[in-house]
Design a protein around this ligand. Structure first.
Ligand code: NAD
Length: 333
């Protein structure tokens, strides 16, 4: 099978080539292009059996029309999300879509804890101060996590990993989810959202973005939080209403805010750094606060997670070749 791999970064190529070699998958060859998949680049797939794309690719009707015309019948998503695909059109053309539903949840959970710790102890500020030869401690006071309360919203794969990490810190762990995770019953107490908001010293978001979770953190829920809380979001930007978060920061509600995801992520705010865009950017406004730390959607970015993504994607290709059904098939509807 010949796969065209879109939007290649050097680390993608490395992890996929290493996995091909390590697993001895000789039936698969991959060509890599730096271009992302969209209507302008879909025609590059001529002569290939499958394309490999990412959550950032534009896989709407036009792209699928062209992929179908070029004989592509397998779309390998090297990510969990697939809301960028026109599923009706893919179904119409019989294009099979396979994805990677889960990979190293610990990668994201460990990053969530890193953000919580870094914003609590002002590590970014400390780092810059010492580099400037300023060894004073002013502005660096934090609080112990030990014996404090961690509130975890969403206790699926990543949220459960975060619960285990918080327990390791000696924290009391409470959680809110629409389903209870049995594996956590020995040390996690499920509570209503209101109680989680009012009792937690650290709140970390691990639920998916859906109608029911859109802007789950807004000025009403922020007002219910303890003063001096730390809020971490490594899930999806639109779980937090950014304007309200800014209002909350101005009210001095937060000791720290750590964000790996933010509402403007897809607007290329920081790629196109024009003054006008930055002036209206809520993310740029967030960055002006000294107790906010933002990273660039890097929660998943560990060697182990990239290896797991490559392995599952290539196994998906093999299952397709063998005509096997897979739990990684994306179903329409
Ligand atoms: P998961 O499906 O295993 O868990 C999600 C949990 O959220 C489930 O237990 C579900 O019941 C719960 N949930 C659903 N609706 C809810 C609601 N209204 N309120 C509270 N909880 C609710 O997913 P996961 O693998 O743990 O991933 C969680 C999220 O992490 C993903 O949706 C994704 O947005 C994000 N993510 C981020 C990165 C990153 O690099 N930062 C990487 C992977 C995933």
């Amino acid at each position: 099978m010949k796969i065209l791999f879109y939007d290649t970064k050097s680390y993608d190529k490395e992890s996929f080539e290493d996995t091909l070699k390590a697993k001895g998958f000789t039936d698969i060859t991959i060509e890599y292009t730096k271009s992302d998949l969209d209507p302008r680049t879909a025609a590059l797939a001529e002569g290939f059996d499958a394309v490999c794309a990412f959550v950032s690719s534009d896989i709407g009707t036009q792209t699928l029309d062209i992929l179908h015309e070029k004989g592509i019948s397998l779309l390998l998503m090297r990510c969990a999300g697939f809301n960028n695909i026109d599923l009706d059109t893919a179904t119409k053309y019989g294009i099979r879509i396979m994805r990677v539903p889960g990979y190293s949840p610990e990668a994201v959970a460990e990053h969530a804890m890193a953000l919580a710790l870094a914003s609590n102890r002002r590590l970014y500020k400390a780092y810059n101060k010492v580099r400037e030869n300023d060894f004073s401690l002013s502005g660096l006071m934090g609080f112990n996590f030990y014996e404090k309360t961690a509130g975890i919203i969403g206790t699926g794969k990543i949220g459960a990993a975060m619960c285990r990490i918080c327990r390791g810190f000696g924290m009391k762990v409470i959680a809110y989810d629409v389903y209870q995770n049995e594996s956590l019953k020995d040390f996690v107490e499920y509570v209503p959202l209101e109680k989680l908001l009012s009792d937690s010293d650290v709140i970390s978001l691990h639920c998916p973005l859906m109608d029911s979770t859109y802007h789950i953190i807004n000025i009403d829920t922020i007002r219910q939080m303890k003063d001096g809380v730390i809020l971490v979001n490594t899930s999806r930007g639109a779980l937090v209403k950014t304007d309200d978060l800014i209002e909350g920061i101005r009210m001095h509600k937060f000791a720290g805010v750590g964000l790996d995801v933010y509402e403007e992520e897809t607007n290329n705010v920081f790629e196109d750094r024009s003054d006008e865009i930055l002036e209206h950017s809520t993310t740029a406004r967030l960055l002006s606060f000294p107790n906010v730390m933002i990273t660039s959607h890097q929660g998943f970015f560990t060697r182990e997670a990239l290896g797991a993504i490559a392995e599952t994607t290539l196994q998906n290709a093999l299952d397709y070749m063998a005509g096997k059904e897979s739990p990684n098939d994306v179903k329409n509807g």
